[in-house]
Every structure is written in C-alpha cells, then in structure tokens.
Write a protein that binds this ligand. Structure first.
Ligand SMILES: NC(=O)c1ccc[n+]([C@@H]2O[C@H](COP(=O)([O-])OP(=O)(O)OC[C@H]3O[C@@H](n4cnc5c(N)ncnc54)[C@H](OP(=O)(O)O)[C@@H]3O)[C@@H](O)[C@H]2O)c1
Length: 457
C-alpha cells in the first residue's frame, strides 16, 4: 500500500503522462465540460474588422475525452476539473507516408503542469495565425509526434506561475512567442505554458488582438534586424509603467565575421546608417514591423510591394516603394538598383525562393552586405562573395534567454507609440475558427492585414 504522498506522486505522474500522450477517440461530439469566462477580451481592431459568423473548417471535429480523475493545484482529487480545450493535429494513415494531417478539437484536454519553477501558464485571449502554422501541417514538418498542438504566438492573462517567476503575477496581461518542440507551448489551446524569459507584458496601448501579432511578425522583424542584419538599435526609450524595464541593452556589434557562404572576410561594417535595406514583400506583416524598425535606426528602405499596398508601405516609412504589378522580377531588380545603386547593404526577403534569388542580384555587388531570406532560399543559389546569407533562427528566442532583450526592446518601441501596429482582422469563435482562418491565410490575400483568432468563448 503506497503512502498518501507516494500515491499522490503516482497520480501526478499519471496526470503528466496524460498531458504528453492523451487518450483519444472517445465520445466524439460530446458537449464541453467547461466553458471559459474570458469576459475581459476587448478587440479594438483599428478597422473594426470582425467575422462573427465565421464557420469552422469542415474537417475540424470535436471530442470530449473520458478522464476519470483530476488533481487540482494542491494535488487534491475529485475537485472540479479545469480543462484545457485544444486544437490538436492528428495523422491519418498508418505511417506509410500517404496519410494526411487533420485537426480535431479536444474540449477536455488536460490542464498543463508546470515542469519547472521558471514557467508561466497563460490563459489564451488571442492567437495570431502565421504561414508556418498551415505549412507545417500541410507539409508535415515541425510536428515531433501525434497528436500535436501548433500555434506560435498569443496574448492572454497569466494563470499560474512557477516559484522562480518574479516579474509576472496571476492576472497580468502578457504576450509570448513559442517554439514548436513543446506541446504545452502550442498556442492553439486555452492554456499555454512557456518559460518566463519568453513572456512580456502587453503594453497598455494594445488590446490582446494586436499584442498577439508581436510574437512572430514583430519579434521576427526585430531579431532579424538587430541580431542577424546587425542594424543599430534605436536610442533607449524611458521606461513605461506596464512595460518591463530594459534589463539589458541590445548591442549590435557590427563585428564582422567571415561569412559561412562567402570566401571574403568582412573588413568593414555591412553598411552605414544612410545605406539601404531592401525588403521584398514590403506589405507582409513582418515587413511592416521591419520597415519601421529600420527607419527608426536611420536606414533607408526600398520595399517591393503591389500597387494596392503601396500606400500602406510608404505610410510606414519606406523611402521608395517599387511596385511589382505587371513587371518581371528582372525589371524589379533594375528599378531597385536605379534607386539604391551599390548602397543596398542589407536585404530581407519575405516572399519565397525565387524572389530571394532576385534580392541577391539587387543588393550591393561590392560592399560587405547581409541578407536574410525569411521565406527560404534555394540550396543552389549562387551567393556573391560580398554577401553573407544569415539563417534566421527564431528558436533562439526560446533556447537562449539572453534573446529576451529583443522582445523587451520591441515592447519599448510599442509602448512609446513608435510603431504602428498592423491592422488586425479578428475572427471570433476560438479554436473552431482556427482551421478556417488558416485556410484563408493560405488562399487569400490579406493585403497587409494580420489574421488573429479571439479565444474568448
Ligand atoms: N523564419 C521565420 O522565423 C519567419 C518568421 C516570420 C515569417 N516568415 C516567413 O515570411 C513570409 C512572410 O510572412 P508574413 O506573415 O509576414 O506574410 P504575410 O503578412 O502573409 O504577407 C505576404 C505578402 O507577400 C506579398 N507577396 C506575395 N507575392 C509576392 C511577390 N511575388 N512579390 C512580392 N510580394 C509578394 C503580398 O503583398 P503584396 O501583394 O502587397 O505585394 C503579401 O502581403 C512567409 O513565408 C513566412 O513563412 C518566416
């Protein structure tokens, strides 16, 4: 007969095992045992674009698991369950490579456990949708096992904290950016568990929907420029009431290492402040942050965008917008070079492998330059000796706590009103709307708007 303490531990272990490999395929279509009371969610989209009648994707099924026993936070049994509804990705087929991935909502997915004293559990209020979310499911990558929970950015309210967490308390409004390798950190669930260094307060001037854009587009732009493109950080801003104090300063060393893809060692900085940054895909949500951050740092920005988004892109501060409608990529390159000459010492592609290659042709042909292909680059691309191609690894934000400084610096810019946030297009309906939202992102042209799902039930 195990002691009560051991028995409790055994139950806790069983509970944790349930979190990692939940039982499946029970009670399809049953009713939810719990409902969220997230009444404080207020979406104030700038253009007030709300889809209140969005239909769930036809393939999203709903399941209620049979989980006979629960432990509360004090490890007591038979308390009212606190569930964690989740959108899980499952694999159809028998591992013969012919199956496809499908979504299912599990209403009573187990509430997560804190596995370290440095973790924070966040109650989800808004989740940002990104191309990687549907790409990883359609092309079956970044899914360590099945079932899995995806979703990379969210904003919400702190629900529980580990013993070492001092900067946040239950009830704080926060946003985070997550790494796909921890199922508890997938943002398509009601409670998201992340390390404290990835958590930031939501600036007072943002609602949850806007804050949900910071974790991928905002942070990718900030880290790409400040860390990988070695752009100087704008001068520090005075601390804000809700923002975290800048406990570190991002220093762009401009120390020039030998490029992994180049044979020429860099002997001078990749660019002076007056040089140009080329952004191909200037209306992409990530680009909207990147344009503004670059301009704040004194760079001139040449952006490639369509006619319909030209005014948006120039309004954000791009010095020159080269429209792409009716032009070949070679014609666009020629136009870009007419503007920037040989002074385009930094490049950022947000479109795809083809445009990444054309970016290389448009950039400086003689000066040390840095290029970040955020939407891939062909493995056989010919890299000029003067250009170093930077691999942007956003996982560093989660794996390396020192990178927390980039999020804090981004937060300061937002707090100080120095960044115009992307227009959000908010879908109501919580988990039920995510699959339809991702389909829309895949097929539709969002014309610079960010798709966000409100997680309010
Ligand atoms: N590595 C990372 O960690 C990371 C992080 C963030 C994003 N990304 C990648 O970056 C890309 C952009 O993401 P996002 O969420 O910012 O995109 P998004 O907001 O969905 O924007 C896509 C934009 O691409 C533009 N576009 C489409 N075809 C184009 C073309 N042929 N030439 C120029 N522009 C074109 C469209 O603008 P116009 O029609 O106005 O031209 C559209 O606004 C995605 O591939 C994403 O996976 C990677």
């Amino acid at each position: 007969m195990p002691s009560p303490f051991l028995s409790c531990l055994l139950c806790l272990r069983r509970e944790r095992e349930k979190v990692k490999v939940p039982p499946f395929a029970l009670n399809r279509g049953g009713k939810s045992p719990a409902s969220s009371s997230d009444s404080d969610f207020q979406v104030q989209s700038r253009e007030n674009l709300k889809d209140r009648n969005i239909k769930s994707g036809p393939e999203t099924t709903t399941t209620v698991l049979e989980i006979p026993d629960r432990l509360d936070h004090n490890h007591n049994h038979n308390t009212l369950p606190k569930w964690n509804p989740a959108l899980v990705v499952e694999r159809e087929g028998k591992g013969d490579g012919k199956g496809k991935n499908t979504y299912r909502i599990i209403e009573n997915y187990p509430y997560p456990t804190l596995e370290s004293d440095d973790e924070v559990i966040i109650s989800n209020r808004a989740v940002g949708l990104n191309p990687i979310d549907w790409k990883s499911v359609d092309f079956n990558f970044c899914l360590p096992e099945f079932p899995w929970i995806t979703g990379r950015e969210m904003a919400g309210v702190v629900d529980a904290i580990g013993a070492n967490v001092k900067d946040f308390k239950v009830g704080d409004r926060v946003w985070t950016s997550t790494y796909y390798r921890d199922r508890r950190a997938g943002c398509f669930q009601h409670y998201v568990t992340v390390p404290q260094h990835t958590v930031n307060h939501v600036p007072d001037n943002l609602d949850f929907a806007s804050a949900a854009c910071l974790g991928v587009a905002g942070l990718t732009a900030a880290m790409t420029l400040w860390k990988w493109l070695e752009v100087a950080v704008p001068p520090p801003c005075p601390p804000q009431s809700q923002s975290q104090p800048a406990t570190g300063t991002v220093t762009t060393t401009l120390s020039l290492r030998t490029s992994a893809t180049s044979t020429t060692p860099f002997t001078e900085p990749p660019g002076e402040a007056a040089d140009f940054l080329l952004i191909w895909g200037g209306s992409a949500v990530t680009a909207q942050f990147a344009i503004q951050i670059a301009v704040l740092s004194g760079l001139q920005v040449i952006a490639v965008a369509s006619e319909k988004t030209k005014s948006l892109v120039s309004g954000l501060g791009a010095t020159h917008v080269v429209t792409r409608d009716g032009k070949t990529n070679s014609e666009i390159v020629a136009e870009v070079r007419r503007v920037g000459g040989d002074s385009i010492t930094r490049g950022l592609d947000l479109v795809g492998t083809e445009t990444a290659t054309y970016c290389l042709q448009a950039m400086s042909q003689t000066r040390p330059s840095l290029f970040a292909p955020l939407a891939m680059i062909p493995s056989k691309a010919v890299i000029p000796d003067n250009i170093r191609v930077q691999t942007v690894e956003m996982k560093q934000f989660v794996l390396n706590p020192d990178c927390g400084v980039y999020a804090r610096q981004l937060n300061h810019l937002v707090c100080d009103g120095l960044l115009v946030m992307p227009s959000t297009h908010v879908l109501d309906g919580g988990l039920k709307s995510i699959q339809a939202g991702l389909d829309r992102l895949k097929s539709g042209d969002m014309a610079g708007k960010k798709l966000v799902v409100s997680m309010t039930m």
